[in-house]
Design a protein around this ligand. Structure first.
Ligand code: MV4
Length: 591
């Protein structure tokens, strides 16, 4: 291969982000000989990304609006620091076309796609129309805003039920409502519009056929400023919970070479159609009959770019920086080689036993796994505080193996090595999931991720200090200690009395997981704190299993609460407009 970098591409780059992705980008900048400028909020003063950078500047208060979303302040700092370019990472301002323009208008280089391409993909309706016109297969449905319930019912007749209603300004499934029959149409339409308005200040929604049991298959592309576009294969992100990706892998167990070539070509066509430049991702759904449909394009580096890096041997951030500096791509499509198998597990501070609720707090003990084929991208150290103001991701654990089974076993080994003390994490959940036959088989695992059984198994596999109950006076907590007897070492579990605050936390968890007081297992409780938006039943009503009981709004999202079994409603204790706490009883459903 010819020498590619004739000179250092930039002297200094500002990274407008925090946590693991800021550090990930700094690592590449360091390798390129480019100075790294960090920005931080006042709660991030001691954050590792600040320490890693060559120079760091305070943005403002902890709230994102005062810090990582404050575009004017970020550009001001870039100019003061003498940075030539800005890398946005993911989240925050990464897909804000106005910010990309603002950066360029300030004479700085935007390490990302052209603002026009971000904008073209920002409206999901406009993107669908643009892709359809370019010959990219989109999920059957509308490319114009949905106007009425009648139109929705008409579309159901034409396309067949069920349908999906999606917010045009949404993405990643936010605002998705499934409509199974005409009777659901009015409520779902109203709900989708309200949620779009609350979440994105845009009530525009559109329709897609709802595909059953699909896989989320996305394709990574790289495009330079000279018209070269390549794809780097797919990532399978089917394992999600409430549209949050949890595990990503490549290659997909459902994609063979022929399908990969086909969807890869579609992705390249899509990128060309919007004049794309930089790294980008075409998200799509793969049906059971092997049909792939475009969903949306992510115009940023993604959390899960790492698995593609491990199988291609490329550094995607390095490619982004060189592309932004005007360098041509170093490889042609035929140079792309996919080697082995990679899996990523997102290690979030979340409480699986409490509906995956974010569980911010201090990390009191921390040790990362290592060894062959293991990579950890993290933004924390022991003693770090996971702030409730930001995403609860602690680390990404990524492994590479010769094939899927090798990678799966390697991941289980690495999960075993990972020690995180303090907040509950997804480590136990990932162990349970990767050991489950559905994952071993490469199935979609829909439903398994949400299942109680997996959550229980996750609990017993986690390092959490509250997982062993019993002892007459309440509860105990285990600690592992090393002991030597007769020249042989043993690991023993020491049971200690539980501190009173832990006991409280455990009680709260038990309450939200099931019955309360005399209500027993028949009580339906709210899984989250929020506001009751509507109540669809009254005392004495007979309900089917799965029937809608009420809607709880939390963080602008509407959460439908359904009957867990068939029976009769009694002790209904919520009303529209009323605040509700996590674990509070909604009603009892008596068999
Ligand atoms: C869908 C769908 C079925 N039909 N769209 C969109 C974003 C992604 N995060 C989930 N999304 C879905 N969109 C239509 N027209 C089903 C899902 C979906 C899903 C897709 C693949 C893998 C896991 C999923 C879990 C929930 C919902």
């Amino acid at each position: 291969m010819t020498e590619r970098i004739r000179a250092v591409p930039f002297s200094k780059v500002l990274v407008a982000n925090r946590g693991e992705i800021a550090i990930r980008i700094f690592r590449t900048l360091r390798e390129l000989g480019v100075g790294a400028v960090a920005v931080y909020s006042d709660v991030d003063r001691d954050a590792p990304h600040v320490a890693y950078a060559d120079e760091s500047y305070l943005l403002g208060g902890g709230a994102p609006a005062e810090s990582y979303l404050n575009g004017e302040r970020i550009v001001e700092i870039a100019q003061r620091a003498g940075a030539e370019a800005v890398h946005p990472g993911y989240g925050f301002l990464a897909e804000n076309a106005s910010f990309a323009r603002f950066v360029e208008d300030a004479g700085l280089v935007w390490i990302g796609p052209p603002a026009d391409a971000i904008e073209a993909m920002g409206s999901k309706i406009a993107a669908r129309e643009r892709m359809r016109a370019a010959g990219v297969p989109i999920v059957p449905g509308t490319t114009e805003p949905l106007e009425s319930t009648d139109q929705l019912i008409q579309l159901g007749r034409e396309l067949g039920w069920p349908l999906a209603i999606k917010a045009s300004a949404g993405g990643g499934g936010k605002g998705l409502k499934v409509v199974r029959e005409p009777a659901d149409a009015e409520r779902a339409f109203a709900s989708a519009r309200r949620e779009g308005e609350a979440y994105f200040s845009d009530a525009t929604v559109y329709i897609e056929r709802y595909l059953e049991d699909p896989r989320h298959i996305e394709v990574q592309v790289l495009a330079d400023a000279h018209g070269n576009v390549v794809h780097l294969g797919e990532r399978d992100c089917t394992i999600q919970r409430r549209h949050q990706k949890l595990v990503e892998e490549t290659p997909s167990p459902a994609v063979d070479d022929a399908l990969r070539a086909r969807i890869g070509e579609i992705a390249v066509t899509a990128a060309r159609a919007v004049g794309y430049r930089s790294a980008g991702t075409l998200e799509g759904l793969l049906t059971r009959d092997g049909e792939w449909f475009f969903l949306e394009m992510n115009t940023r580096i993604q959390v899960e770019h790492t698995v593609t890096e491990l199988v291609t041997g490329l550094d995607l951030v390095r490619e982004q920086v060189l592309i932004a500096a005007g360098e041509p791509l170093s490889l042609r499509q035929e140079d792309v080689r996919l080697n082995g198998h990679a899996i990523e597990c997102r290690i979030n501070a979340e409480d699986v036993a409490n509906g995956f609720l974010p569980a911010p707090g201090r990390i009191t003990g921390y040790r990362e796994p290592a060894g062959p084929g293991v990579r950890v991208d993290s933004g924390v150290v022991a003693g770090a505080e996971i702030s409730p103001l930001y995403d609860p991701m602690i680390a990404k654990l990524i492994v590479h193996g010769e094939d899927r089974e090798h990678a799966r076993r390697r991941m289980l080994r690495a999960l075993d090595e990972f020690v995180i003390e303090g907040p509950p994490t997804l480590i136990g959940f990932h162990k349970a999931l990767l050991s489950h036959p559905c994952f071993v088989d490469g199935a979609t695992c829909h439903g398994i991720v949400e299942s109680e059984l997996l959550a229980e198994r996750a609990e017993s596999l986690s390092h959490r200090t509250t997982s062993i109950p019993a002892s007459p006076d309440g509860t105990v907590r285990p600690r592992t200690r090393e002991l030597e007897v007769d020249g042989r070492r043993f690991s023993v579990t020491v049971l200690e009395p539980e501190p009173p605050w832990l006991e409280l936390a455990r009680r709260r968890r038990q309450r939200s997981a099931g019955g309360v007081g005399g209500a027993g297992k028949e009580a339906v409780t709210s899984p989250m704190q929020g506001t009751v938006l509507s109540v669809s039943v009254a005392d004495g009503d007979a309900v089917r299993a799965g029937q809608l009981l009420c809607i709880v709004e939390a963080m602008k999202m509407e959460n439908e609460i359904h009957a867990h079994r068939a029976g009769t409603v009694s002790q209904l204790s919520v009303a529209p407009g009323q605040p509700i706490s996590s674990g509070q009883v909604i009603c009892v459903v008596e068999a």
